[in-house]
Write a new protein. Structure first.
Length: 276
């Protein structure tokens, strides 16, 4: 099966980001892709809360979601929308960081709200308080597809290994980790974390990433790490998107999942034990 990771530099204008994604989806489909994947916050990546309040929409009204569902249907492809920032209507005004699996008929096959919030001081100059803007989700999502079980997650979730173990033990063959990783932690941890999740679970890992800086002249530009990765169930990096916006196309074979798990059946070797 041919998959296509869309590595992009989303800015704060959803209409502009949508045009970029639609163009890359058509390009991917014309090269034979059957499954296209976009990064975290495909529709809007910004520090500016006022801009989010102005342009974000409720799921039912969201123009990006509607257009991407229609395009998946027109092209007849599966689509992972890594996530959309969406209004929730909640009294506290927080958004959802919500991922979608779209089937080739345009229907929503799965929906997942990012569970773990990136409330982290990477350095004095670089702090994130994701839970101020976003309301975390509280349940995992596994989507059954004709090509296998797909476990959903977003970005910072990648650091919580038990989420992926649960997804794999519930039937995931493929784990999705769409991201907008920070450049500092990306360089230190990104590839290692993704390879570890693949090795521990014997799953493919597909990680479409935001990359680079949108609006370099802004007072506080938002930069992301890039390096969209496809990792095999044995832990090999099959493709790395580097740091420019690009389409990462890979041919994968889901049978590799059972081969890897036959060699290392750790997923079936859990034991109950007392805590320390
Ligand atoms: O803020 C938004 O609009 C969209 N969300 C993000 O960009 C999120 C939270 S700030 N980024 C991450 O989770 C990076 C995790 C990371 O870099 C790590 O785990 O090291």
């Amino acid at each position: 099966m041919k998959i296509a990771l869309l590595q992009i530099t989303s800015g704060d204008d959803p209409a502009e980001n949508l045009e970029t994604v639609l163009g890359m989806m058509r390009d991917a489909a014309s090269q034979g892709a059957e499954f296209a994947l976009t990064p975290e916050v495909t529709n809007c990546l910004t520090w500016k809360r006022a801009q989010q309040d102005a342009v974000l929409q409720l799921e039912d009204d969201d123009d990006t979601l509607a257009a991407l569902r229609a395009e998946a249907k027109a092209l007849g492809v599966w689509l992972s929308i890594g996530s959309l920032a969406l209004k929730t209507g909640d009294a506290d005004g927080r958004f959802a960081n919500r991922s979608f699996m779209i089937a080739p008929d345009g229907s929503i096959a799965g929906r997942y709200d990012k569970i773990h919030m990136f409330d982290v001081t990477v350095s004095e100059a670089e702090t994130y308080r994701e839970s101020k803007g976003y309301r975390p989700g509280d349940h995992a999502t596994l989507v059954k597809t004709p090509f296998g079980g797909v476990g959903m997650s977003v970005c910072y979730d990648v650091r919580f290994a038990y989420l992926y173990r649960q997804l794999a033990q519930a039937g995931a063959d493929i784990l999705l980790v769409p991201a907008a990783f920070s450049p500092v932690t990306g360089a230190a941890h990104w590839e290692t974390l993704l390879r570890a999740r693949a090795i521990e679970t014997g799953c493919y890992v597909f990680a479409a990433a935001q990359t680079g800086t949108y609006d370099e002249t802004a007072a506080r530009p938002r930069t992301t790490y890039g390096h969209s990765l496809v990792v095999s169930p044995w832990g090999e990096v099959l493709a790395d998107g580097g740091t420019d916006p690009t389409l990462v196309m890979v041919d994968i074979d889901v049978a590799e999942v059972s081969h890897a798990r036959k060699r290392i059946p750790a997923l079936t070797h859990d034991r109950d034990f007392a805590g320390p």
